[in-house]
Design a protein around this ligand. Structure first.
Ligand SMILES: Cc1cc2nc3c(=O)[nH]c(=O)nc-3n(C[C@H](O)[C@H](O)[C@H](O)COP(=O)(O)O)c2cc1C
Length: 396
């Protein structure tokens, strides 16, 4: 087995929140941490824009001192540009992650993510890892998908390890085109084989739905940790083994938005849609009609207009770290000079949440009524996820 030259990465981070574009905003990361997650990734940022555009950095990445352990993910295909981007965050995170798993068409067009997995790209991938390993203060880690041939996947993982990669998160599905990117079970046997071929920690990812899946997956793969994406979006308490409480999760998320600043309202609405997928309603027809009406209302919110309301909040109690602190120390920087304008922005962002809050309140009343009606008492509890999913889906 190759020796692992990478910087040591803690393996006590057993419960991991996957990188998710449009979803891993600061309030959600903090909510997951409060509910048992131990390592959280940011969404993927484009390394070239992050390296060159201060406004993109500011809008894309917000953090606070308590937002740790944190892995910041980049999509990249150029070693120098990746390093330049990573330098901006190395003081504000615990690891920089290279995305080698994104299967979307835009990743094919931009030549990053899973489209770097074919052998012809390995030298480029390995130089991205090696340069970050040499010049960053924090470990460089990678998130990959399975290649068509498991032996190739294992060979690549060993090469990544030898180049200085400190941890590999394996999404146990193969690249199968944009539309099937998260369809089907994960190949746990493949993850097990990868895990026993490496000395660095391996995180298992793919198709975990319940806490039983978490246990089962770890038992089969023997991985050091487990990463959840879609399931944790619906139930941020997944890792704490609590039964999902959708309205509690909505309230909690709004509280984190108040405390840390709200992301674009479309992201907020997507979180709410994910939480309420777990709602169970007794006695169907009227409640489902009302739920559908609410779904249309949510969709009709003019999200696009409001997507510019990114997080810029700095409150008296909380300290928002700007992403441009590459040369600063890792201590928290209070944006005191811009506090009053930040508070105004924060106020605006929170005001833009009002329609979403209203929808949650209406929904709460509908569900309460549906579940308390005497005429429903013989009905089974039922998960309205089919109807909701038809109306609402993430478009990552
Ligand atoms: C909304 C959404 C956004 C995602 N964005 C990213 C991303 O930015 N980077 C990445 O590596 N994977 C991304 N993924 C994939 C997840 O990290 C994860 O690998 C995938 O969802 C499989 O895990 P799951 O079965 O637990 O959902 C995204 C997934 C979802 C659902």
């Amino acid at each position: 087995m190759d020796a692992a030259p990478g910087k040591p990465f803690q393996v006590r981070y057993r419960y991991v929140v996957a990188p998710m574009v449009g979803q891993c905003d600061l309030p959600f990361r903090m909510q997951c941490r409060a509910n048992g997650s131990q390592l959280v990734y940011t969404p993927m940022f484009f390394a070239d824009r992050f390296a060159s555009d201060a406004r993109y950095r500011e809008r894309a990445f917000q953090t606070v001192a308590e937002d740790r352990p944190l892995a910041v993910q980049f999509g990249a295909n150029d070693p120098d540009i990746l390093l330049q981007a990573a330098k901006y965050v190395e003081n504000d995170c615990d690891a920089v992650d290279l995305n080698l798993g994104c299967p979307q068409q835009r990743a094919a067009d931009g030549h990053y993510g899973a489209y770097l997995l074919p052998k012809v790209n390995w030298p480029r991938v390995l130089s991205m890892v090696a340069i970050c390993h040499r010049h960053l203060r924090v470990p460089i880690i990678c998130k990959i998908r399975l290649l068509p041939d498991l032996n190739d996947t294992i060979t690549l993982c060993k090469l990544l390890q030898a180049a200085g990669c400190s941890l590999i998160a394996v999404h146990g599905r193969r690249l199968a085109g944009d539309k099937k990117r998260r369809v089907g079970p994960a190949n746990l046997e493949a993850i097990r084989r990868i895990k026993c071929s490496l000395t660095i920690p391996v995180i298992s990812n793919g198709n975990v739905r319940t806490y039983d899946d978490v246990i089962n997956n770890l038992r089969i793969t023997n991985a050091d940790g487990i990463m959840s994406g879609e399931a944790i979006l619906a139930n941020p308490s997944l890792f704490s083994q609590r039964t999902p409480d959708p309205f509690h999760h909505c309230d909690e998320y709004f509280q984190y938005c108040e405390r840390f600043g709200a992301p674009p309202v479309k992201w907020v609405a997507d979180h709410i849609k994910n939480f309420i997928r777990c709602i169970r309603v007794r006695g169907q027809s009227q409640a489902m009609t009302d739920l559908r009406a609410i779904g249309h209302l949510t969709n009709s919110l003019d999200m696009k207009e409001q997507t510019s309301s990114s997080i810029v909040a700095a409150t008296a109690n909380n300290t928002i770290l700007p992403s441009s602190s590459a040369s600063s120390s890792s201590s928290s920087l209070l944006l005191s000079s811009s506090l009053s304008s930040s508070l105004r922005e924060r106020q605006r962002a929170l005001e833009s949440l009002a329609p979403v809050r209203k929808i949650v309140e209406d929904l709460r009343a509908i569900v309460r009524k549906a579940n308390s009606g005497d005429d429903n008492k013989d009905d089974e509890y039922d998960e309205p996820s089919t109807g909701m999913n038809n109306l609402w889906h993430n478009d990552d």
